[in-house]
Ligand binder design. Structure first.
Ligand code: NAD
Length: 297
């Protein structure tokens, strides 16, 4: 049986590792935070004493960490001990340069590697319905496919090393911009005397339609699974959206791509997070937009 090491058992990783166990996989996990190891053990993950111990003898190593610095340090620690042909999959959202650097390190160690950031958030991780955007050699992506399929429902090869990360930050830049403009449209509609339901009914079948509107509406009561229905509990935290927008702007600057709306979205999410809302869902930014639109008292 394929032995999987799962490193990083946080909000996403804990649920993803649990789904691998549910699919009948042998999973050995580790997180720097002991309570997360305890929680993972309760879902059937064998917990190791260190990342190195978890990866020892594994056929596949999956990492789900906060940022590129953590991924670089972990892969740098593990790759020298890796057996030839071991597959390393990084599901974290990180900068493209670091993603490519860890791919190079894997190649030097004769390991296979895939960058496979996800979309779908905690709800998708729990339900096993994540989308994976994959970068790397096609042989590595093909080998990763059955493991990713146990944690998600969509696996999209995006090209070579780092291009999974490129797809992820481009997608999330679009998501941020459509969410903000959807919030602005509902705020404007209200001032014009239009009910939220009327705007929803029109835009959801017209050219203003987007995922932000019809799957994740920022106004309460209009879509079923929207965090707006539950006080903007995440979902996808505003602080993570801000992180992804920063990554997108860094890449845009170094690639020389003009992304003025992406830059503005970053500024608005920076304001929202600075107002103490980093842990709320990113669609909660409608409250800031509505507040900003109110006439001064
Ligand atoms: P998290 O902070 O909850 O989990 C990261 C975990 O990695 C932490 O528990 C930390 O202790 C652990 N860790 C760090 N270094 C380690 C090491 N050397 N060995 C073992 N464990 C280590 O973060 P998260 O919310 O699970 O997100 C993980 C990644 O997924 C991020 O890159 C995030 O941007 C991305 N993402 C998150 C969401 C979401 O909704 N949470 C959605 C899509 C993508």
């Amino acid at each position: 049986m394929t032995r999987i090491a799962f490193l990083g058992l946080g909000n996403m990783g804990g649920l993803m590792a649990a789904n691998l166990v549910k699919a009948g996989r042998e999973v050995c996990g580790y997180d720097l935070a002991p309570p997360l190891c305890t929680a993972a053990a309760q879902s059937g993950v064998h917990v190791a004493a260190s990342a190195g111990a978890a990866a020892h003898g594994a056929d596949v190593v999956v990492s789900m960490l906060a940022d590129g610095k953590d991924v670089l340090s972990l892969w740098t620690e593990l790759l020298p001990q890796a057996v030839q042909g071991v597959l390393f999959i990084d599901c974290s959202t990180i900068d493209i340069a670091t993603a490519r650097e860890v791919h190079r390190k894997a190649q030097d160690a004769c390991a296979l590697s895939v960058d496979a950031p996800v979309s779908g958030g905690v709800a998708g991780a729990r339900a096993g319905t994540l989308s994976f955007m994959c970068g790397g050699d096609s042989a590595a992506i093909d080998k990763a496919r059955p493991i990713l399929a146990d944690m998600g429902k969509t696996i999209i090869p995006c090209g070579g090393a780092g291009l999974g990360q490129a797809a992820k930050i481009c997608n999330n830049m679009m998501l941020a911009a459509t969410m903000i403009v959807t919030c602005e449209a509902f705020t404007l509609a209200e001032k014009l005397g239009l009910t939220p339901q009327a705007l929803f009914d029109v835009a959801s079948v017209s050219s203003g339609q987007s995922w932000s509107l019809t799957s994740y509406c920022p106004v309460r009561g209009l879509t079923l699974a929207s965090p707006a229905n539950d006080g903007y509990k995440p979902g996808f935290m505003a602080s993570l959206m801000l992180k992804d927008l920063k990554l997108a702007q860094e890449e845009a600057t170094s690639a020389g791509a003009p992304t003025p709306l992406g830059a503005l979205a970053l500024q608005l999410y920076a304001l929202y997070v600075a107002s103490g809302q980093g842990a709320s869902d990113f669609s909660g930014i409608i409250r800031m937009i509505q507040g900003a639109s109110k006439p001064a008292a």
